[in-house]
Design a binder for this molecule. Structure first.
Ligand code: CA
Ligand code: CA
Ligand code: CA
Ligand code: ZN
Length: 305
């Protein structure tokens, strides 16, 4: 993607391995899919970070999504009981890993508590809740400064710090590279690479920190959405199965800023710019749909229960 797409979110496929990562980015030159110019009024050219340079694998190709779908449905077919049981509330244990470089990156426990609260509010309607089990601090400049997905730094960090099983949410914070706001692994990645499972987010994206327009904690909300099995609302564009969620209208492009209106596909419905799985500002994204909740439950039953 070009640097002119500062506010869109670009995604790049990590078409490479079995591990499909999802990543969001901060401003900068990007790479990834093109994004339409923001039409909203909230466009602020001086922000310090945005989701547009999703330089890394923040999405999957339609073919990969179809493969994952077939795998998930086949696993669910053998778990009818588990699926219905999963309709009940699920409490997810959270292990928070704060990476620092000296004093840089140090996050007070109050900030982490606020982040957990943001997650619980965002997922309240889904039946999933988040419970902080532990927080650890690791002073490692290599892991802190400019870490990106698919690197040895990421592997080493996760191998050293990840805790819990398939149902455990591990969140890592650091000063990410490539202007990334964050990235995540999908549930379907767990079996082959359990140690890499988790969410990595920019330390300054936590509630009350410094990432302008992205400091209300919804980078974590969005990345956890991927970790729960959700794709971007613009996944696949206007055609095909899109994000595999029927009640999120298809959209051709990622949304940046907070446009008053946007309708990029002729199919029914306006673009879901307020959905947590789009790329809008934190203040602009505030909802998951019933269809997304259903998909999260299916993915949970198939891969994390
Ligand atoms: Ca959809
Ligand atoms: Ca439409
Ligand atoms: Ca929000
Ligand atoms: Zn994403």
């Amino acid at each position: 993607m070009s640097s002119s797409e500062r506010f869109g979110k670009a995604i790049k496929l990590g078409a490479v391995s079995a591990l499909s990562l999802v990543a969001l980015v901060v401003p900068a030159a990007g790479a990834g899919s093109a994004v339409a110019a923001p039409s909203g009024d909230c466009f602020t050219p001086t922000h310090a970070a945005d989701r547009s340079k999703d330089g890394h694998a923040d999405t999957v190709s339609p073919a990969e999504a179809a493969r994952i779908e077939a795998d998930m449905q086949s696993k669910l077919a053998g778990k009818r009981t588990a699926l219905s049981a999963q309709a009940a509330a699920v409490s997810i244990p959270v292990y928070f890993h704060v990476i620092t470089s000296g004093s840089a990156g140090n996050l007070p426990s109050t900030t982490i508590s606020k982040q957990i609260s943001v997650l619980n509010s965002a997922y309240a309607s889904s039946g999933f809740s988040f419970s902080l089990v532990s927080t650890d601090y690791t002073n490692n400049s290599t892991w802190y400064n400019g870490i990106t997905d698919g690197t040895s730094a990421e592997r080493n960090m996760k191998n050293a710090l990840r805790k819990g099983g398939a149902n455990a949410l591990n969140i890592y914070t650091a000063k990410l590279g490539d202007d990334l706001l964050g990235w995540a692994t999908f549930p379907s990645n767990y079996k082959s690479q359990p140690k890499l499972d988790g969410v990595v987010i920019l330390d300054e994206s936590l509630p009350g920190r410094s990432a302008t327009n992205y400091n209300e904690g919804d980078t974590a909300t969005h990345e956890v959405g991927h970790w729960m099995g959700l794709y971007h609302t613009f996944q696949g564009g206007c055609s095909g199965s899109g994000d595999y969620v029927s009640d999120t209208p298809a959209e051709a492009t990622a949304t940046s800023g907070c446009p008053a209106s946007k309708d990029t596909c002729s199919s029914a419905g306006v673009d879901p710019v307020h959905n947590f799985m789009d790329y809008s500002y934190d203040s602009c994204m505030y909802e998951f749909t019933a269809g997304q909740t259903s998909r999260m439950k299916s993915a949970w039953s198939a891969y994390r229960a």
